[in-house]
Design a protein around this ligand. Structure first.
Ligand SMILES: Nc1ncnc2c1ncn2[C@@H]1O[C@H](COP(=O)(O)OP(=O)(O)OP(=O)(O)O)[C@@H](O)[C@H]1O
Length: 649
């Protein structure tokens, strides 16, 4: 099934998300752009999304804000409390004054510590809560989106939005927002205190501020741009490694280790060179910042010394003034620093927001028609024509009409690309046809709720997906409320019980990543067990093209026959045994249904089918069966290099 393997889809190569590249990149504006490709918008306004989630937790946000304000006020008060300590604290005539001053200072420090600790707790918790909600909401949206969305948008990119982007938001809500608020308060508070202590000196400093800020802002922007491109280069390295390591067998089979090493080395070196430029800019920035700030403080001290000598200020006032100046400068720096974080978070929120806003092309109608209960299991295609959204010029199906009566088994045959998998995709309502109708028990499925529709369908795909879980849970995927006995009964009916019991942990053996590896035939039988457990009236089957050995072939075939009993089945047939047993065979070619009938009828009447079958018979003549006609019948119609469909196509 082509559609089930988006990474092999030619369209996929151009389906890169603009948001996954550097901020400045744009989409290529191709047709599918309009169809549902995510755009990666940025802009601080996108933080609205985060704010709306924060506001869901008003109490937590209020506590965070309160503790933050108290901590900032305590911070300012510490410096204020130092002034009397300096001016009066060192007076030998009044030792009690020393104690009073230090008691006040101590009290403020205790408040500061408590408030800072409460701030860290509430703000971090709020960040975690908001991100957990955002992740859940985005994931809930994504799992119900139409399949072609995942062709336009690579799953890895979606995962990165759910993890990395959500992580950025979490960090920003937990840290940067708190830093921004705290430092804004400290900046405004610090400047206000400086005005109170010495308005004249403050006026001179105000005039000098642009001279300090301008070069820092200019250099800061440069560093940020370089940081971004440095991150992009690192992302390139990661993508390259994932790609080549993920296909390590192909790399080694084609002896391309050398090429991969060179490609990787070049990518790593490009990342290093960008990092080198970033480090240089950052170092220069650090030097400039240290120089400008120290020069400004020295200037204030110099002016302040004159003020003290002239009797306009006490020594303690000058110390407090300088303290507030340092605090305001540091606060301004921190705000500038986190501003870029906020921009980053806005970008991340924009990307996550797009997932939240994505709408499925397969919609539930306002008044969905309920399917009859129990379902008879009759389905029909009525003049169905269909174009994949990514290939709007080529019809994948053209005016297809056929009916499958309840309990019938119908086989679909035809060359590769004829449209067989597409028929199954439309029946599952992964796409809606542009014209014509697909009917289930006389109900147009586009008027039904897709979730209800799919509950009546069981699919055995060509490639069985195994989840990282136990054998038992992998089978239970077919029906989540099935009890253990039902799972084992399904495995037995699928002739999987024997090999499962032979596994080291039996039904509890771990499959998937780092788990037990299963053979192709074993995986198929698990898929069949899943479908048996689902117990749906309609069965969709995509036979595996890979040749199984005679033994596996026989067991899989036996399991399938058990599964098909009493159900309406539509089978993409690759085996002669299937077409021989089918009530009817539909022959497809280039999106059209060109013939329909039994094996014998089609042999006599349809040249394409006769050619497909003749290839198989020729094969049988050159490779006589070892164990009798039953096994011959079970040999795949299309196997590697001798695929009927491929040859005929
Ligand atoms: N997701 C998709 N997006 C765009 N085009 C697709 C998609 N899936 C299939 N097609 C195209 O639709 C046509 C029919 O494909 P389909 O997979 O239905 O053929 P098939 O008969 O099942 O072939 P095979 O036996 O090789 O699986 C082909 O031209 C194919 O390239």
């Amino acid at each position: 099934m082509n559609a089930a393997a988006p990474e092999q889809n030619e369209h996929n190569g151009q389906a890169e998300l603009p948001g996954s590249k550097s901020d400045g990149s744009k989409s290529d504006g191709s047709k599918s752009d309009a169809d549902g490709r995510l755009k990666g918008l940025a802009g601080l306004a996108r933080l609205k999304l985060v704010v709306s989630y924060v506001l869901r937790y008003k109490k937590l946000a209020a506590m965070a804000l309160l503790s933050l304000s108290i901590a900032a006020a305590a911070n300012l008060a510490v410096i204020g409390a130092l002034q009397p300590v300096i001016d009066k604290g060192f007076n030998a005539d009044d030792p009690a004054a020393i104690d009073r001053s230090f008691a006040i200072l101590f009290g403020i420090v205790v408040i500061l510590a408590l408030a800072a600790s409460a701030r860290a707790y509430f703000v971090t918790l709020l960040g975690e809560r908001v991100v957990a909600d955002l992740r859940r909401a985005a994931h809930a949206r994504v799992v119900s989106l139409h399949p072609s969305f995942f062709e336009d948008n690579r799953p890895s990119e979606i995962v990165s939005r759910l993890t990395a982007d959500a992580g950025v938001i979490q960090q920003v809500v937990s840290t940067s927002v708190s830093i921004a608020l705290r430092n804004s308060a400290l900046f405004i508070g610090g400047l206000s205190m400086m005005v109170i202590y010495n308005p004249g000196l403050m006026a001179i400093i105000t005039m000098a501020i642009p001279l300090i800020i301008a070069p820092i802002l200019y250099l800061g922007r440069k560093v940020r741009a370089l940081s971004r491109s440095s991150q992009d280069r690192i992302a390139d390295v990661a993508t390259m490694a994932t790609e080549s390591l993920g296909a390590i067998q192909v790399v080694q089979a084609f002896t391309r280790e050398g090429t991969e090493k060179t490609r990787f080395r070049d990518a790593v070196e490009r990342a290093y060179e960008t990092a080198q430029r970033r480090i240089m800019a950052r170092s220069v920035l650090a030097g400039v910042v240290i120089f400008l700030i120290s020069a400004a403080i020295t200037f204030i001290l110099w002016q302040g010394a004159h003020e003290v000598v002239a009797g306009h200020m006490t020594g303690g006032e000058m110390a407090a003034f300088v303290g507030y100046a340092i605090m305001a400068a540091a606060a301004a720096g921190a705000v500038v620093e986190v501003y870029s974080d906020l921009q980053r978070a806005a970008g991340a929120a924009g990307r996550l927001g797009e997932l939240l806003e994505a709408r499925s092309a397969i919609t539930v109608p306002d008044n969905p028609i309920a399917l009859p209960h129990p379902l008879k299991g009759r389905f029909a295609f009525e003049n169905v024509s269909f174009f994949y959204p990514s290939k709007p010029a080529i019809a994948a199906l053209q005016e297809i009409s056929f009916v499958v009566e309840p309990g019938q088994t119908v086989a679909l045959v035809g060359p590769s690309g004829a449209g067989k998998s597409t028929i199954l995709q439309l029946l599952m309502r992964f796409f809606d046809p542009q014209s014509g109708r697909v009917l289930l028990d006389d109900v147009d499925i586009s008027q039904t709720d897709p979730v209800e529709l799919r509950q009546h369908l069981a699919i055995v795909p060509q490639d069985t997906v195994i989840f990282a879980d136990t054998v038992r849970e992998n089978i239970r995927y077919g029906r989540i409320d099935a009890d253990d006995a039902a799972v084992e009964a399904a495995a037995m009916a699928a002739m999987a019980d024997g090999f499962i019991k032979d596994l080291p942990g039996g039904y509890e053996s771990w499959l998937g990543e780092r788990g037990v590896r299963l053979s192709g035939g074993q995986r198929q039988r698990l898929a069949i067990a899943r479908a048996i457990l689902r117990d749906a009236p309609i069965l969709l089957l995509d036979e595996a093209t890979s040749a199984l050995d005679a033994e596996a072939e026989r067991t899989v075939q036996g399991a399938l026959e058990h599964l098909m009993q009493g159900r309406t089945s539509l089978v993409i047939a690759h085996r002669l045994s299937t077409v021989l047993k089918a009530d009817r065979i539909l022959v497809m070619d280039e999106g059209r249904l060109i013939a329909s009938g039994t094996h014998a009828e089609l042999l006599a009447s349809n040249p394409l089918y006769a050619r497909l079958a003749k290839l198989q018979f020729d094969l049988e003549k050159t490779e006589p069966p070892e164990t009798g006609p039953e096994e011959t019948g079970a040999r795949p119609l299309s196997s590697e290099g001798q695929t009927l469909g491929l040859n005929a196509g």
